[in-house]
Design a protein around this ligand. Structure first.
Ligand code: TYC
Length: 105
């Protein structure tokens, strides 16, 4: 390969690297298990805040109950922040200690 071809190849690669579009960051919204929040309320949250079906919500709730934590959904930063705030609000209103956090995917 000539020096010129090598240089052209390198320049093409530099442009590809420079112009690569980053994937927007995603965040996991995670529910934590506790001994006091009712299973029924957690399923209600998963249906009404995270829009899971009743069957999927029940599976996720049981996973959290058995494993200690579970992912309710994966969203953009803004949507994840909104979901966390919604869970905190409905849990507070209902008098449940349910904890919800977000973390980078
Ligand atoms: N462990 C709770 C109970 O036995 C149920 C529960 C499930 C609580 C999931 C929180 O994120 C949670 N009543």
């Amino acid at each position: 390969m000539s020096d010129r071809t090598r240089r052209q190849d390198q320049e093409k690669e530099d442009v590809l690297t420079r112009d690569r579009v980053e994937e927007p960051k995603k965040f996991k919204v995670i529910l934590l298990n506790d001994d006091y929040t009712t299973m029924e309320f957690v399923v209600w949250v998963l249906v009404n805040v995270f829009h899971h079906t009743q069957a999927q919500a029940t599976r996720i709730m049981l996973h959290i109950h058995n494993q200690g934590v579970g992912v309710a959904g994966i969203y953009s930063r803004e949507v994840a922040e909104t979901r966390v705030a919604q869970v905190e609000q409905v849990a507070k209103d209902a008098g449940h200690p349910l904890q919800c956090i977000m973390e980078p995917e």
